[in-house]
Design a protein around this ligand. Structure first.
Ligand SMILES: [Zn+2]
Length: 141
């Protein structure tokens, strides 16, 4: 398997950016479907095995540093919200791919030839592989 060229990677990134620009409305969270008992003793929902009144649809999302927030959805709104939630999954997948391709581009793009003034004479070390390298910190991945 051959590595994609820098040009191919850049084309891939262009396509991803185009997809990103075409992404519709999206939101985080999930839709839950709830049933509840009203508490009236003579109501049908008080019978054993009755699942309760409903369904009642809630859009919930957990906000970092805060508690989970929810809002009850109007019945006609549920389909729209579900599409918007799916849109977020698409957005998140795209951004992940964009990060990946950008990292590959960074690795593939050669460094510009250093200006002569940037390297003081006598300070250049050979860029060979060393067996006694100690990474400064944990290496992710
Ligand atoms: Zn009831």
């Amino acid at each position: 398997m051959s590595e994609p060229s820098l040009r191919e990677l850049e084309e891939q990134r262009e396509r991803l950016y185009a997809q990103l620009a075409a992404t519709g409305d999206f939101r985080r969270g999930s839709v839950t479907e709830n049933y509840r008992r009203c508490g009236k003793a003579n109501c049908a929902c008080a019978q054993p095995g009755h699942r309760g009144h409903g369904p009642r649809f809630l859009w919930t999302r957990s906000v970092p540093g805060s508690r989970t927030r929810g809002r009850q959805l109007a019945p006609g709104e549920v389909g729209k919200v579900r599409r918007e939630l799916a849109g977020y999954q698409q957005f998140a997948a795209l951004t992940g791919q964009i990060v990946e391709v950008n990292e590959a581009i960074c690795e593939a793009r050669p460094a510009a030839a250093p200006a002569a003034a940037e390297s003081p004479p006598g300070q250049q070390e050979p860029d060979g592989e060393k067996d006694d390298m100690h990474p400064a910190g944990p290496v992710a991945g």
